[in-house]
Design a protein around this ligand. Structure first.
Ligand code: PRP
Length: 181
């Protein structure tokens, strides 16, 4: 079946079509445009997964904004998130008194978001929010609000539209979920 693809040792089935992701991008962009119409936020893209969503989202923003990127890691090539988060490429922008919006492809346990928040708050930004393409509410363990959510998903491993399995699949336009035969 063409809706099923193989990546290395696993099969995945088409789950969220790119049109639905586009609608989610438009929804999140509209919320940010309204909330930041009097500000110039710094958009921080968390590489690599958020790259595709972020590229789509920022083109729908009508506000003035700065854009930068950082790289973090927590999955380490497996199927579930771990609590170990590493900062790989640091932030060079000055964020003191700035409004910051983190862009993510997925918020799962929230470890990465919490880790980033702690790092950013050391620099006394005015405020920090997050915009994520997908959110696993079931597995989210933190009390920190996740402000802008594109699509809520159940606790399934997903790949595509920026999300990887063993570093592959980020280029898929649609999102696939793990196929268990
Ligand atoms: C993914 C994703 C988030 C994080 C979410 O990154 O991009 O940053 O995991 O999981 P958490 O809420 O449980 O912390 P990953 O470590 O896979 O790196 P990548 O973006 O380079 O794929």
């Amino acid at each position: 079946m063409e809706n099923i693809i193989a990546i290395n040792d696993r099969k995945f089935v088409k789950y969220i079509l790119k049109d639905e992701i586009s609608a989610a991008v438009n929804k999140v962009a509209a919320e940010i445009n309204e909330d930041y119409k009097n500000d110039v936020p710094l958009i921080i893209i968390t590489l690599s997964g958020a790259l595709i969503f972020a590229a789509e989202l920022v083109q729908k923003l009508t506000i003035n904004c700065r854009i930068t990127a950082v790289k973090l890691s927590s999955y380490h090539g497996g199927l579930s998130s771990t609590s170990k988060v590493e900062s790989l490429i640091g932030l060079t922008e000055n964020i003191k008194d700035q409004r910051v919006i983190i862009i993510e492809d997925i918020v799962d346990t929230g470890n990465t978001y919490e880790h980033m928040l702690n790092l950013l708050n050391e620099q006394s930004p005015k405020d920090v929010q997050i915009a994520t393409m997908t959110f696993k509410r079931e597995t989210y363990k933190k009390n920190i609000p996740v402000k802008y959510v594109g699509i809520e998903i159940p606790n399934k491993f997903i790949v595509g539209h920026g999300l990887d399995y063993q570093d592959l699949g980020r280029n898929l336009p649609d999102i696939y979920q793990l196929y268990e035969e």
